[in-house]
Design a protein around this ligand. Structure first.
Ligand code: BGC
Length: 882
């Protein structure tokens, strides 16, 4: 085949960045995908070229004999990036058996941010408040500067202790929402890098910023919450570095020459909402020629440049707009707008109203008796107010708040709602979508859509529990349940990697893994709890499996180990963790509304099971990282804990002491048995229990993500399907039949009579129970990673549930993988796509579990599909590359 190069390569990512400006890595790893029309393509070698500019002769890695194409190390001989440096790079690849390489890929580029603390020369500034200024107001800050030479390039490095938006010469810089995002500010504060070259003009320029409380100083958490968690004073840090055509440079920074003023945002808070008085706008405030004579001074404040980090993941953005689906008028003459979809975001209004006219916007997820149901929001007011300046058509959207809502109530809206007068602006972390599913069952499709929407609503800078009430915290147990699903739907490696870095620094600071990260001092104690704390182990493992990135294991290894060591100490010589606060199988549907931790499964059984599994994961990670001693040590710990589990929780008749679904699910999923006989017995008992429950859900946060897998593993696919397709409450489809557009926190957040669950904790947008999507992708459709990052894929469709057609697509690090099957009668057709440089094992249901190994390409398989009771002769297996 020498000489034939009909394939081509393209650089797909540097580290995990979609946007390579301002990267924090000195030697970012490089990933590329190959398009190869023929089948069975694998890479034999690559060559990488790097150059600092188009004018420079490229540096070449030479031909590197390697099949690696994902997160390939920065070439050993190439210089590391230094601060501000931009490098272009390209690759070409050799396919196995091909003498000639592909053509060179297009040039990609990466530009480093400020990598050394010493790069920060700007002073941080804090507004000096007028004593009459109300708390929670957003303030304006500005300075002018002169540009007198031709600008070759200008970068703005900027962050805030608070949240900010920057303008240069009257235009918004970038499109981020709630920058700098939420991190554990005491340890890590992200800065942003913007290219402002095109924003500068000859002559006088202005840089201005709006600054508000956000997570830094605003109210956070339940039970009244706590404010000023990270400090009393907001501050802005901005460093604009301008390089001129003649090679000279200027730096325009925050410092004592800035001026500050109040503005139109009278108050703003993440929970409270935003109050905007258009009469207080300062027209032209970020333009030259503005009269700032009435503005006040700023104060220079100290900061630690060592805490500043470049973001690892994408920012929060406004990612879409929804038009109203229905509008009704209430008895009190208010408009209720239904957007048809529960989202996280805020409204944008366009309105003409007299000077001083006030419009009040309230938000809710559901209606009760035709009115907004505000009780589930608890102490989050979620109330925006706009006071018109009477200047004709005015347009407004809050800047520094977000709400979780499907419905909005407009009070004081003049007249009827014109087309385009109100939109819901959807805001969340702007990740790349990578996973899709659809099938012949419409309810299941809607369930999957709801799961996607709950992910979107809760991946807002950090992985949160819910977007609407006075919480929105990074509850660790929730993301433990959902991470495998999330990793399929979106490229969340960067975002979750950043959050794990916060988890680790807080674990070090507090001596345990907090139940929510970043930690906020509420009434919640800082003590270890199973499953929630095990996120420190399960999450890096899930990210490694799905993204093939070993670095997450290297980075998190100290944290994983520290968690397991801490629990080992608590479990003592008996290896049973039987003390302290436990959340157990949180929200087991049988638990009382006000005691979600009171589950059918004993919480110490849960705790000990998780300890055994976490120890086993750490043992595996130690082996991957080449730490032989650790590997043996944690393997022994996992074994002893398994034995202890059996001693403590398996009764003489082979049942578990908690004769409940989650108990069996955990034992089956984590391999906590004496032998195969016990395992088989547990499988039988689990199916009996599910049947006895009438195929309604009998599991909470801990059992739900694993139950379908556990049933599949014991050969009870039919039971898993009955559970999945159940519509009676509690079930996954019950909310869908009730009109849900996101996944609910409780199985019955909305009761069957239409009332909102009276429990104090009732969100309609929690992703944890959506974790079943992972089983849907891997097992129902049959698209699963068989080695880290889908280098090897397992295609193992297991049809059922009267579904006649199902399809999933996933953009793996190697490219698009897809599985699609169609059943007609007893004929099953399966079409699969395997991306170049990866391979797949295809396991077809008939002939019994037949295995076929394939390379990249698209293939069609046809086989018989029948119930085990069926006596159709097993044959007809065929496959041909297309
Ligand atoms: C959150 C949950 C969380 C739980 C743990 C709740 O208030 O919304 O999702 O995991 O608390 O206690």
């Amino acid at each position: 085949m020498a000489g034939v190069t009909n394939y081509s390569a393209e650089i797909s990512a540097l580290e995990h960045h979609r946007e390579p400006l301002g990267t924090g890595e000195r030697r970012p790893r490089v990933s590329w995908t190959t398009t190869a029309p023929g089948g069975d393509w694998s890479q034999e070698a690559y060559e990488m070229e790097l150059r600092r500019s188009g004018a420079e002769e490229p540096w070449s890695s030479g031909r590197v004999a390697s099949g690696e194409s994902v997160l390939v190390p920065w070439p050993a001989g190439a210089p590391s990036l230094v601060s501000r440096q931009r490098v272009e790079l390209r690759v070409r690849v050799w396919g196995a058996g091909h003498a000639d390489p592909s053509p060179w890929s297009p040039w990609a580029w990466v530009e480093a941010g400020l990598l050394e603390p010493g790069d920060w020369t700007a002073e941080a500034i804090s507004p000096v408040l007028d004593p009459g200024e109300p708390p929670g107001a957003a303030l304006l800050m500005r300075r002018e500067f002169v540009v007198s030479k031709t600008v070759a390039r200008a970068r703005l490095y900027v962050t805030a202790w608070g949240v900010y938006e920057v303008e240069v010469n009257g235009c918004r810089v970038g499109d981020q929402v709630l920058a700098p995002g939420w991190t554990s500010y005491a340890h890590r504060l992200q800065y942003q890098t913007f290219d402002v070259t095109a924003s500068l003009v000859q002559g006088t320029n202005v840089i201005g910023a709006m600054l508000a409380d956000g997570w830094f100083r605003g109210r956070l958490g339940f039970g009244g919450g706590v404010s000023r968690v990270y400090g009393d004073h907001l501050a802005l840090l901005a460093q604009m570095e301008i390089t001129y055509d003649d090679g000279s440079a200027d730096v325009v920074s925050t410092g004592s020459s800035w001026m500050c003023s109040s503005g139109p945002i009278v108050s703003t808070g993440l929970y409270a909402g935003e109050h905007y008085d258009a009469r207080c706008e300062r027209p032209g405030w970020s333009l030259a020629g503005f009269d700032a004579s009435g503005w006040g001074p700023v104060r220079v404040v100290n900061y630690e440049a060592g805490l500043l980090v470049a973001p690892q993941g994408p920012p929060v953005r406004r990612v879409g707009a929804l038009a109203p689906k229905a509008v009704t008028r209430t008895a009190a003459d208010r408009l209720i707008v239904d957007f048809g979809q529960n989202v996280s975001g805020r409204l944008r209004i366009r309105v003409e109203a007299p000077d001083g006219h006030r419009i009040v916007l309230r938000h809710a997820e559901v209606l009760e008796n035709g009115e907004l149901s505000l009780r589930p929001l608890r102490l989050a007011e979620a109330l925006d107010q706009y006071v018109s300046a009477g200047r004709g058509l005015e347009e407004w959207e809050p800047r520094f708040t977000l709400h979780g809502f499907r419905y909005a109530e407009l009070e004081g809206w003049p007249g009827d709602l014109a087309d385009g007068a109100v939109e819901a602006i959807v805001c969340h972390t702007d990740m790349r979508r990578t996973g899709w599913f659809e099938c012949s069952d419409e309810l299941l499709n809607r369930l999957h859509d709801n799961i996607v929407w709950s992910m979107r609503s809760n991946f807002v800078s950090i992985p949160t529990d819910c977007p609407q009430r006075d919480e929105r915290l990074g509850w660790t147990g929730d993301i433990l349940a959902f991470a495998p699903t999330a990793s399929f739907l979106y490229d969340c490696r960067g975002m979750l990697g950043s959050w794990l870095a916060d988890l680790m620094v807080e674990q070090q600071a507090f001596g345990t893994v907090p139940e929510y990260v970043p930690w906020v001092p509420l009434t919640w104690p800082l003590v270890p709890a199973a499953a929630w704390g095990d996120a420190s182990v399960f999450l890096p493992w899930a990210l490694y499996e799905r993204f093939g990135d070993r670095k997450v294991l290297e980075d998190q290894y100290p944290s994983m180990k520290a968690w397991v060591d801490q629990v080992a100490e608590l479990a003592g010589r008996r290896h049973i963790w039987d003390q302290g606060l436990q959340l157990g199988d949180w929200l087991d549907p049988a638990s009382p509304p006000d005691r979600p931790q009171d589950a059918r499964t004993n919480c110490y059984l849960v705790a000990t099971a998780f300890h055994a599994r976490s120890a086993a994961i750490v043992a595996e990670v130690a082996a991957i990282l080449g730490m032989g001693d650790d590997h043996m040590r944690y393997l022994a710990l996992a074994d002893s804990t398994r034995e202890a589990f059996v001693r403590e929780f398996v009764t003489p008749d082979g049942r578990l002491s908690s004769d409940a679904q989650t108990a069996y699910v955990l034992a089956l999923s984590f391999g906590l048995f004496r032998g195969d006989q016990d395992r088989a017995q547990a499988g039988r008992r689990l199916t009996e229990l599910v049947r006895a429950e009438g195929y309604r859900i009998g599991t909470g946060f801990v059992g739900t993500p694993l139950i379908c897998d556990a049933l599949t593993a014991v050969g009870a696919d039919d039971v898993a399907y009955r559970l999945l397709m159940q519509r009676e409450c509690p079930s996954w489809l019950y909310p869908v039949t009730m009109g849900a557009t996101t996944v609910w926190e409780r199985w019955d957040s909305l009761l069957s009579d239409g009332r909102v669950n009276p429990g104090e904790m009732t969100s309609f947008n929690h992703y944890a129970f959506g974790s079943v999507a992972d089983w849907i992708h891997r097992t129902l459709v049959g698209l699963a990673p068989a080695s880290p990052g889908y280098r090897h894929i397992l295609v193992s469709p297991r049809p059922g549930g009267a579904i006649t057609h199902a399809a999933a697509k996933h953009d793996t690090p190697y490219g698009r993988a897809a599985v699609e099957w169609t059943r007609s009668g007893q004929r099953l057709e399966v079409i699969i796509t395997v991306p170049p440089n990866s391979t797949a094992t295809v396991r077809l249901p008939d002939p019994a579990e037949a295995l076929v190994e394939v390379g990249s390409g698209t293939y069609t398989f046809v086989c018989n599909f029948r119930d085990p009771a069926d006596d159709v002769a097993p044959n007809g297996l065929s496959h041909q590359p297309q």
